[in-house]
Design a protein around this ligand. Structure first.
Ligand code: S3P
Length: 423
């Protein structure tokens, strides 16, 4: 499906965005290996999270889905062998976190996914899980399809070469099956939803700076989980309301966990007008309403420990930078090359087609703020975050922008276009 978008004169309204993707995945997986029932409210009905539900069902977990409510009948740590090869679709979080759970099972499981998943590196989880005692056979040692042979696991100390919440969470899940404690050290803090959810389900986790220690032997107990809105989905509205003239948009009930709020810090530093109200804590997660008004932006430098706090928002930050005064430099972001698409390459090439002065670098991009884009036909590369970023670009471009393969927003935000049209 192709979609067309035109320049907007203003955006006004109060909206909410769907449930957080990272938290939705974790609630289903952790609920599955807990004892008793886990009830999830405001679950994200995106294709990625549905892939997680289907995989867990194939592993013998009873899961009921009614609207955005999910009821998981926890099986405890040990699941049933799947009759089928598990298909994770487009979802990196599903395959990597699930590998941690499967490493400790008493059977083997084969996992595969779509073309994008088959190109993404799995060695980053295979290495630590193998150190713990799992045996994993992967295509070229690094790619799906892959088979995880469950085994008795041992606790490890693992210093992660990259800040990745997927790698950290995979090891944390495996640590529940280990004979002793496991400590993980991150170069910079990445999103900590697994740590927070482990604690609320009764597992023992200690966090000391960038070191996380997990202890086996504590019973996980099913919980009620209310999933807050996804800040990665809110990001498109935050940037659009900042750029489009005469705008004021409030996004209600958004997860503002400090490991995720890099987008707010960056847009504010660029000169954006963002106000958080109604701040509260639900299931250990911070939640707030976010109000954004049109502002003039200036270019800045983005790198270091900020990167993991806004990794999924970089494509839309690049759009903001086009309309900022001066130069924006994004560095230390080579992880973007191994996302659903090579996002350094895909966002740069498509914004160039629209007339942006944007340049690829080894670890990021440089954007000259020219304040101008013109409509053109652009490609999503079947990457949901590229499609949504190009939509925001289209709201600001002269003339019409046509986004090809625009239906990929279904991965994380099926009502994305509809919600924008309401503003
Ligand atoms: C996620 C972690 C991040 C992020 C992804 C979701 C998670 O990936 O890009 O969209 O839920 O743990 P990495 O761990 O590869 O950085």
């Amino acid at each position: 499906m192709d979609i067309e978008v035109k320049k907007k004169r203003f955006l006004k309204g109060i909206i909410s965005v769907p449930g957080d993707k990272s938290i939705s995945h974790r609630a289903v997986m952790i609920g599955s290996i807990a004892e008793g029932i886990t009830e999830i409210e405001n679950f994200l009905l995106g294709e990625d999270c549905i892939s997680t539900i289907n995989c867990m069902k194939n592993l013998g977990v009873d899961i009921e889905l009614k609207g955005t409510n999910v009821k998981v009948q926890g099986k405890g740590l040990y699941l049933n062998k799947s009759e089928k090869i598990l298909d994770v679709g487009n979802s990196g979080t599903t395959i990597r976190l699930l590998m941690g759970i499967l490493a400790g099972q008493k059977f083997e499981t084969t996992l595969t996914g779509d073309d994008s998943i088959k190109r993404r590196p799995m060695g980053r989880v295979i290495t630590p899980l193998s150190m713990m005692g799992a045996k994993i056979e992967a295509r070229e040692g690094n790619f799906a399809p892959l088979t995880v042979f469950g085994n008795k696991l041992k606790g490890i100390y693992y210093k992660m070469p990259i800040a990745s919440a997927q790698v950290k969470s995979s090891i944390m899940l495996a640590s529940l099956y280990a004979d002793d404690k496991t400590t993980i050290e991150e170069p910079y803090p990445s999103r900590n939803h697994t740590e927070l959810m482990f604690s609320s389900f009764g597992a023992k986790v200690e966090v000391n700076g960038t070191k996380i220690t997990c202890y086996p032997g504590y019973k996980l107990q099913g919980q009620k989980v209310i999933v807050p809105g996804d800040i990665s989905s809110a990001a498109y509205f935050i940037v659009a309301a900042t750029l489009v003239p005469n705008s004021e948009v409030t996004i209600k009930n958004v997860n503002v966990n400090p490991t995720r709020t890099g987008i707010i810090d960056v847009i504010k530093e660029m000169g954006g007008d963002i106000v958080l109200t109604n701040e509260r804590t639900i299931n250990n997660e911070k939640v707030a309403d976010i109000t954004v008004k049109t502002s003039r932006l200036k270019g800045i430098e983005i790198g270091g420990s900020l990167i993991p706090r806004l990794i999924d928002e970089i494509p839309v930050i690049a759009v903001a930078a086009v309309f900022a005064e001066g130069k924006t430099v994004i560095k230390d972001a080579e992880e973007l090359k191994v996302k659903e698409s090579n996002r350094i390459n895909t966002i740069t090439s498509e914004l160039k087609k629209m007339g942006a002065k944007i340049f690829e670098t080894e670890d990021g991009m440089i954007i000259e703020g020219t304040g101008f884009l013109k409509g053109n036909t652009v490609e999503s590369y079947n990457d949901h975050r590229i499609a949504m970023s190009l939509w925001v670009a289209g709201l600001m471009a002269e003339g019409e922008t046509k986004i090809k393969n625009a239906e990929c927003v279904n991965i994380s935000y099926p009502d994305f276009y509809k919600t924008f049209d309401m503003l």
